[in-house]
Design a protein around this ligand. Structure first.
Ligand code: NAD
Ligand code: ZN
Length: 344
């Protein structure tokens, strides 16, 4: 008889997710099968829950969703020889083709044929997950399961923040979601002078404050320009990390950058919006789009940052058993949460 497992499935093209019993995935020759211990909810999963335009266009149904996880290897395909059964692992959720120009040049994060775990192929909101062994990241013993379950978004933050030299620079982070807060913490640790984070949601602003971000600004109530003067900034921001996906945040960032400033864009906007391109030109800004993590340098760096004392555990605000997933998604949908980690 076929083995079956519990999984959170986008079963129908409408809002919601459903706990179902589905076949346990069969590892191919170079794949590993991982028994999932914990998985965390990402904003992308919330988009898929809501079944917005992006999800409806991208995700075929039925689909087991989720891509943030930690687990244990329970089976290896005959050609998967790098890891052993019982090893504690997480993994990169972007599968790259290995054949395009960038992949061949060792720049897998720039692959033009990326496939997403839990988006284009079965994901980690399940008792078992199958991924290629190349995507596996072993977890050192000094990193807990719950932190290992949020390495994927930490990787987004680390990749974005480390895109530019931050030593002695003044850094603006727009959006104090989990990734924005992590980005601000990285900026502080690697030697930025001023780190300013903005948001409009009181819960998120409070979370950023509690996590120890240097300057936390409610842009619904305060003028960023006034705050800059108060904290001793006389020019503009040297580096901007856009982590909200909100048009006003991006517009404000461009307005408050110094000439020659560097901007990394991670936040995903729901629709197109106007940008003052002449400011970009006359300020001579550098703009870099960010998708995912660098394979696998970001994984190395973020684990090293954690091992050198960066503490992001305070960002986990909800720890639930997976059968309570509806409460977990409700917390994410409300905006009054940090990371939600589900125990399988
Ligand atoms: P999130 O939605 O939890 O956080 C976004 C925050 O931006 C929210 O707290 C919101 O209140 C805030 N915000 C809204 N309007 C604002 C404004 N005008 N000024 C400042 N802040 C404002 O998202 P997250 O999980 O922290 O992820 C951050 C962003 O990165 C999201 O847009 C997400 O979709 C995107 N993302 C991109 C990638 C990628 O590879 N490019 C990967 C993961 C997430
Ligand atoms: Zn490729």
């Amino acid at each position: 008889m076929e083995n079956r497992m519990k999984a959170l499935v986008k079963a129908r093209p409408e809002p919601g997710l459903w706990m179902e019993h589905v076949p346990v995935p069969e590892p191919g020759p170079a794949d590993v099968l991982i028994k999932v211990r914990k998985s965390a909810i990402c904003g992308t999963d919330v988009h898929i829950w809501k079944w917005d335009e992006f999800s409806a266009r991208t995700v075929p149904v039925p689909m087991v969703v989720g891509h943030e996880f930690v687990g244990e290897i329970v089976d290896c395909g005959p050609a998967a020889l790098k890891y052993r059964i019982g090893q504690r692992v997480s993994g990169e959720g972007h599968l790259v083709c290995g054949a395009c120009r960038n992949c061949r040049a060792g720049r897998g994060h720039l692959c033009r044929n990326t496939k997403g775990v839990g988006v284009n192929r079965p994901g980690s909101f399940a008792e078992y997950l199958c991924i290629p062994e190349d995507n596996v990241v072993p977890i050192p013993d000094d990193i807990t399961d719950e932190i290992a379950a949020i390495l994927d978004p930490l990787g987004n933050a680390v990749h974005t923040a480390l895109s530019f030299d931050l030593v002695g620079e003044d850094v603006l982070v727009t959006g104090a979601g989990p990734i924005g807060i992590m980005g601000a913490l990285v900026a502080g640790r690697v030697g930025a002078r001023k780190v300013v984070i903005t948001d409009i949601n009181p819960y998120r602003l409070d979370l950023a404050q509690r996590m120890g971000v240097q300057h936390v600004i409610d842009v619904g109530r305060e003028q960023l320009r006034d705050v800059m003067a108060d904290i001793g900034m006389t020019e503009g921001f040297d580096v901007g990390l856009e982590m909200s996906g909100a048009a006003p945040a991006m517009q404000q960032m461009i307005a408050r950058m110094n000439n020659g400033g560097k901007v990394a864009l991670l936040g995903i906007a729901p629709t197109e919006f106007p940008v003052d391109w002449n400011s970009v030109i006359f300020k001579m800004l550098h703009i870099k789009g960010i998708y995912g993590r660098e394979m696998y340098e970001t994984w190395y760096k973020m684990i090293a940052l954690l091992q050198s004392g960066m503490d992001v555990s305070g960002l986990i605000t909800h720890r639930i058993v997976v059968d309570d997933f509806e409460a977990g998604f409700a917390a994410m949908l409300s905006g009054n949460s940090g990371k939600v980690v589900m125990d399988w």
